[in-house]
Design a protein around this ligand. Structure first.
Ligand code: FES
Length: 112
């Protein structure tokens, strides 16, 4: 059995966290320029890598998304509901891996 380790992939100070808008936010890490998606609703935060689980495409804002919860992959156009981390197109398919260790005052995202 191998031990699972984690590392911080993105840190935001309290000012940066407060500046997040409700709904979907795209943030780049200053360390390696990788992009992360942070979803904010009622002070709760969820985050994931901006990397599609299908074949690694990048997500962008979905212009057909009326409730501000869905992003669209640029490769094959799958859609991800970031509020649930569930892919909605194709329906009932895979789930995006959520990054852990979030707080509203200081964001310190851990990736595994
Ligand atoms: S890589 Fe995202 S839908 Fe195929």
């Amino acid at each position: 059995m191998t031990a699972q380790s984690s590392k911080t992939v993105l840190s935001l100070d309290s000012e940066a966290v407060l500046s997040l808008k409700d709904g979907i936010n795209f943030k780049n890490s200053p360390d390696d320029a990788k992009c992360y998606i942070i979803y904010k609703e009622n002070g709760e935060l969820k985050a994931c890598k901006n990397q599609c689980k299908h074949q690694g495409g990048l997500f962008i804002k979905d212009i057909e998304d009326l409730d501000g919860r869905t992003v669209r992959c640029t490769k094959h156009f799958w859609k991800l509901n970031v509020s649930t981390m569930q892919y909605v197109n194709p329906p009932d398919s895979i789930t995006q891996d959520e990054l852990g260790k979030l707080s509203c005052h200081f964001l310190n995202l851990k990736g595994y």
